[in-house]
Design a protein around this ligand. Sequence first.
Ligand code: PLP
Length: 294
Amino acid sequence: MKGVTDTAPDDGSFGDLVVFLDEGVPVPLASAAVNVADLAVTRGDGIFESIGVIDGRFIEFERHLARLAHSAAMLDLPEPDLEAFEAAARRGVAAHRPEPELLVKLLYSRGIEGDDVPSGWIQVLTGPDHSAARREGVRVVTLDRGYRHDIAQTSPWLLQGAKTLSYALNKAALREAARRGAEDVIFVSSDDVVLEGPTANVLVRHGDRFRTPRTDLGILAGTTQAAVFDTLDAMGFAAEEALLSPADLASADGLWLLSSGRLIAPVRELDGRPLPVDAPFTTTLLEKSFGLPT
Ligand code: PLP
């Protein structure tokens, strides 16, 4: 897939950029073009990963690559060339103007309709400032996801658990949250089981016990959640996957949303009711899990 230009800006340093896998050179984001007939554009028929990069360090790169391969298999896409994705991502970050936090997206599409040739590219973006959400927390509403908790088993063709490019629903849910005076969402199944957020996994604390919804509920297996569980294990806490109800969230001693860009955001309000926020503990988890400077 051709970018409009293959040259770096005049001062030699890139801002946000794209590297197409078949070309391998960074292209400024503003002039990078994807074919309008690409199925990623016309159908959202593809997959992606978003990876945090802190001070040039990729966070959980291996877990993201493994999940890209898993999503590709679920969508019957040809196996992605993970080495090419990794090389493009590293080249892209090296070419980007240094920033404390960057976000790298890996995109893999079914390609142009009829061609049967998948297309892949990476984006390197300056990360938004998440410090307020990490420190002070976010307001969250629960929303009905509209299907049962066992959908992954009953209806695998719905691709639950794959990270597809079709995020229109997730974005709509975030707009609904904004209409209700909140910044984020936790989805609950139609039979009252806690699932995930539109772009995050859920972590709930009761005493020294930490739980996250089971990945067989048709939710995304989170790379951030896995890293935080490694930290909790190392700290000697019990951390497990579970079936959680909305009542478990309301009674929590601590509730967090976990995701690659924002990493760890405490939930300070759930459906209009305040929840306890333990800022020093969140800081400890951020430091130990991601080496995040405070
Ligand atoms: N669930 C959904 C639906 C997501 O989109 C994401 C991340 O984008 C997550 C969970 C969290 O996954 P990760 O921690 O790997 O970013």
